[in-house]
Design a protein around this ligand. Structure first.
Ligand code: DQA
Length: 145
């Protein structure tokens, strides 16, 4: 179980590829899944990949990581900026979590500068597009070891 990671993606990330390409680029969520699965293999990490537009399902996925995954990579998307429930879930499970954003949220609207995830995350990676997920995997591999 220690060598397994779950990558959890929040609302509207299923639309990557067509959604605001000037911000998020042309990469699709399927591309990110393939990229992370391939990189996970090089690190000896098994990858579970999940996306939901529903806050409660994201809470369930975080809770489900306890005892099943050694780490979480979370792009909570818009819920990053609103969700006490996601912060509580991360705290409750105690599974090391890395917060990822494709865009540099600090160069965007002010409401994106606050995160409910950051205070309970092991670290935060933003602004590097899909590569952020790969960087997060490298970081988690060290944490899990
Ligand atoms: C995002 C940034 C969030 O502010 C936004 O709501 C998203 C995507 C990112 O990956 O850059 O949906 O998490």
């Amino acid at each position: 179980m220690g060598k397994s990671v779950i990558i959890i993606n929040g609302p509207n990330l299923n639309l990557l590829g067509t959604r605001e390409p000037e911000i998020y680029g042309a990469v699709t969520l399927k591309d990110i899944e393939a990229l992370t699965r391939a990189h996970g293999e090089t690190l000896g990490l098994e990858i579970d990949f999940f996306q939901s537009n529903k806050e409660g399902e994201l809470v369930d996925a975080i809770q489900g990581a306890a005892g099943n995954h050694g780490g979480i990579i979370l792009n909570a998307a818009a819920y990053t900026h609103t969700s006490v429930a996601l912060q509580d879930a991360i705290k409750a499970t105690g599974v090391p979590t890395i917060e990822v954003h494709l865009s540099n949220v600090f160069s965007r609207e002010e409401f994106r500068h606050h995160s409910y995830i950051s205070p309970v995350a092991a670290g935060v990676i933003c602004g590097f597009g899909a590569k952020g997920y790969v960087l997060a995997l490298d970081a988690l591999a060290d944490i899990i070891d």
